[in-house]
Design a protein around this ligand. Structure first.
Ligand code: SF4
Length: 684
């Protein structure tokens, strides 16, 4: 796009990629976004990563959905909004009459605004009359929400991005921060260069490992063992903070008995690391004045994900590092608004602000607020809804801005289940792999075309501002939900997302001080519990949200699928800098695709030799769920016996291979560990 700077309109908004929530200006001309500029404010201080700065051309891309699409005889045909709505009403009435509320479900979206997530869960509860509503947090941080709620009373990042500058020691475990939260990664690197200590724990040699005082390259799935080992050393050497433990926590004695078993010799064997490194890491970390732990899906995406989260909480309480500036437990949330989607109650057991649907007085108060009878039964999670669709129980599924056909484990099963639905309604900005399977596709507007708010990883509620008009006949998701709600008999009218936020503030204690008027002046971090309340920079000051912090005695358990003769390699999956999630947006950006446009598998030189495969060679990767083809990248980043694939790519979808086994508490799948075999593809 050619333009001169005086011709463009500048609209400040929030990046729509990762959970850092960088502030940026959208430069627009003739209803097109023509460039992005960073804004020098909290939380990014003028920094943007490659995605935020350059990956904006999806907004005006010619593949954008511009009209509703109805599938007729296996092919999509364009339709009017009236036709689309008529079809929804017809299917809804028939399925509701024949099967009742349990036949309905909805996937809300961590890509959409708070206001849209609020309306979506309200719609599912008041119109579908079910709590079958969930979103992709189930695949990333459901174990954080469950684990930290249990030990501290609140399942979110405890501290703020700006506090990185005051931290003395970082523990980075199971987060490839420089690639997945690049601006936070840069800030950590800067702080380490200025003298802070850094412990990195990961099965791959991620970029931050280069800056680490100690790097523990653990076997995939051994997080709990390594954390228990570190805590064993801390206790043995009397480096724990007993005053803090006595004053602020409970459950210490039982926890201590469990930890005593995890001696460095045992742990080094389980994790495949040098015991002296383990001891060194424990000493550095425990001796630091302000120690802050960061983690992400390397901790959460395991069948023991919730326990892994609670182990991080044990370590931070043991060293007295919760409730103070520049310390804390900091789960880095992946998507732009995954924190907000959870806060807004796009969860099968929670209304907004984590108020439980199954507690009678809570539900009754919501019933009178929404003027509607509400279901009391806990809903199904996202993964359970897929299974239920497979069995024919859920018949009508409404998916807003999610792409389970790439993001969920065991994709063959997901496809079969979605094909088994009576009616699949997908609302998105592109015809995604999931939308291809839909009976009806509704065109939604991108973040550049609407107003709203996103809540970033540090609980900061920030404005999304409309820069251009909706593309084609697309509409903002909040408008579509409102129209369908009215169509199906639950009447609600909002002139703007600001009115929706006013309603959210009335029924959500932690958002009760939030209004667009305040957000115009400054972003605010929840809990923000009144119109004068300044918001909360760090949590659990003086007392934990649950009162006393709870130590949990947690035993290490092996991952559910281990390498064997048939599938001798451990597959671990993740993300990379140049692509985002299922590539719905970054897949449309030429520059990024030139750098990283194809599926690949990282293999160690030793493993490559054993299997006689070369760098760049296309090979077959097989698991018990199926096989994919992918290109070899030989690298020392992974250990022999371990392979890594990013999950972004539809041309070699890693999630066709992954194990759908679930964490029993959070129902998050074990995406980080499964067993595979690699094979050469014979040329004819
Ligand atoms: Fe956007 Fe995240 Fe990059 Fe910031 S770090 S520009 S929020 S993708």
């Amino acid at each position: 796009d050619k333009f001169r700077y005086w011709e463009v309109k500048r609209t400040q908004t929030t990046c729509s990629y990762c959970g850092v929530g960088c502030q940026m200006n959208l430069l627009s001309k003739d209803n097109r976004i023509v460039e992005i500029e960073p804004v020098n404010t909290i939380p990014n201080d003028g920094l943007l990563c490659v995605k935020g700065k350059f990956a904006y051309r999806f907004i005006n891309h010619t593949d954008r959905l511009t009209k509703p699409l109805i599938k007729r005889n296996g092919k999509f045909v364009q339709a009017s909004w009236q036709e689309a709505y008529r079809l929804i009403k017809e299917k809804y009435s028939k399925i509701m009459k024949e099967n009742g509320p349990d036949a309905f479900g909805g996937f809300s979206s961590a890509r959409c605004t708070n206001e849209e997530n609020y309306l979506f869960q309200k719609f599912v509860r008041t119109v579908f009359k079910t709590n079958n509503v969930d979103h992709c947090a189930r695949l990333c941080h459901a174990s954080t929400v469950a684990g930290l709620a249990n030990t501290l009373g609140s399942g979110a990042m405890t501290n703020s991005i700006e506090e990185i500058d005051g931290t003395d020691a970082f523990m980075i475990i199971g987060t490839n921060t420089t690639e997945n939260h690049p601006v936070i990664g840069s800030k950590i690197k800067r702080r380490v260069k200025n003298g802070a200590k850094l412990i990195v724990i990961d099965p791959r040699e991620i970029e931050l490992a280069k800056y680490a005082d100690v790097f523990l390259k653990i076997k995939p799935g051994s997080n709990i063992a390594v954390l228990n080992g570190i805590m064993n050393v801390i206790l043995k050497e009397n480096l724990h903070d007993m005053d803090y433990i006595n004053e602020r926590t409970e459950g210490f004695e039982e926890f201590k008995r469990t930890i005593e078993k995890y001696k460095p010799d045992l742990v080094s064997k389980i994790c495949g690391i040098d015991k002296n490194d383990l001891i060194k890491a424990a000493r550095i970390y425990a001796k630091a004045n302000k120690a802050s732990l960061y983690y992400s899906m390397g901790i959460t995406q395991h069948s023991s994900g919730t326990n892994g989260v609670m182990s991080t909480s044990n370590l931070q309480m043991l060293t007295g590092n919760v409730g103070f500036e520049s310390t804390g437990i900091n789960p880095l949330r992946g998507q732009n608004n995954v924190q907000g989607a959870c806060d807004m109650g796009a969860l099968p057991t929670d209304y907004t602000g984590y108020q439980k649907v199954f507690i009678d007085p809570v539900r009754e108060s919501m019933e009178s607020f929404w003027k509607s009878n509400l279901p009391s039964k806990k809903g199904l999670t996202l993964t359970e809804m897929i299974n239920s669709a497979g069995k024919g129980d859920i018949k009508f599924l409404y998916i807003m801005g999610e792409n389970p056909m790439i993001s969920d484990p065991d994709l063959k099963h997901v496809k079969k289940s979605l094909e088994n639905l009576d009616f699949l309604l997908v609302q998105d900005i592109f015809l995604t792999e999931t939308a291809e399977l839909a009976d009806l596709v509704l065109p939604a507007s991108s973040f550049a075309e609407k107003d709203g708010t996103f809540t970033n990883t540090e609980r900061r509620i920030q404005r999304v501002n409309k820069a251009i008009n909706p593309i084609g006949q697309s509409k903002a998701d909040w408008k579509i939900i409102m129209e369908i709600s009215n169509l199906l008999g639950y009447e609600e009218y909002y002139n703007s997302p600001s009115e929706i936020m006013d309603e959210i503030a009335l029924c959500t204690p932690s958002y009760s001080g939030i209004s667009y008027k305040r957000l115009e002046k400054e972003s605010l971090q929840w809990p923000c519990v009144g119109k004068e309340h300044p918001g909360t920079k760090y949590m659990h000051k003086n007392t934990m949200a649950r009162g006393k912090g709870l130590f949990k005695a947690i035993e290490y358990e092996e991952s559910k699928e281990l390498p064997d003769e048939d599938y001798p390699l451990i597959l671990t999956t993740g993300r990379m800098l140049y692509q985002y999630h299922t590539r719905t947006m970054t897949g449309k950006i030429e520059g990024l695709n030139e750098i990283a446009g194809k599926s690949y598998i990282e293999i160690s030189p030793k493993t490559a030799k054993i299997y006689n495969v070369e760098d760049g060679e296309k090979i077959r990767v097989k698991s018990r769920r199926g096989f994919v083809e992918s290109f070899v990248k030989i690298t020392e980043k992974v250990e022999p016996g371990v392979v890594f694939m990013p999950f972004h790519y539809a041309d070699g979808p890693a999630n066709l291979l992954t194990n759908p086994v679930l964490d029993p508490i959070a129902k998050i799948p074990e995406l980080k560990v499964s067993s595979v075999l690699i094979e050469k593809i014979e040329r004819k």
